[in-house]
Ligand binder design. Structure first.
Ligand code: SF4
Length: 65
């Protein structure tokens, strides 16, 4: 299941903090979403339908193939 395919990206968060007010664990959700966005939204096609091809391309580039 790829929730980002149907529910937006971490970078879509508008920092309203409604989720933080409701969170019983007092997680800093907006801060975590910034980390998630920095990791995943940098991929040009994320959420990619063809993510495997993108990873293969990146691996080839790293190996100099
Ligand atoms: S702060 Fe929480 S509730 Fe508000 S937009 Fe971001 S993720 Fe959604």
């Amino acid at each position: 299941m790829n929730l980002a395919a149907n529910h937006g990206r971490a970078s879509d968060c508008i920092e309203c903090k409604e989720c933080e007010k409701a969170c019983p664990q007092h997680l800093k959700i907006t801060e975590h979403l910034k980390d998630v966005s920095a990791t995943f939204d940098v991929h040009r096609n994320f959420p990619a339908e063809n993510r495997e091809a993108e990873l293969k391309e990146e691996k080839s580039a790293q190996e100099g193939v």
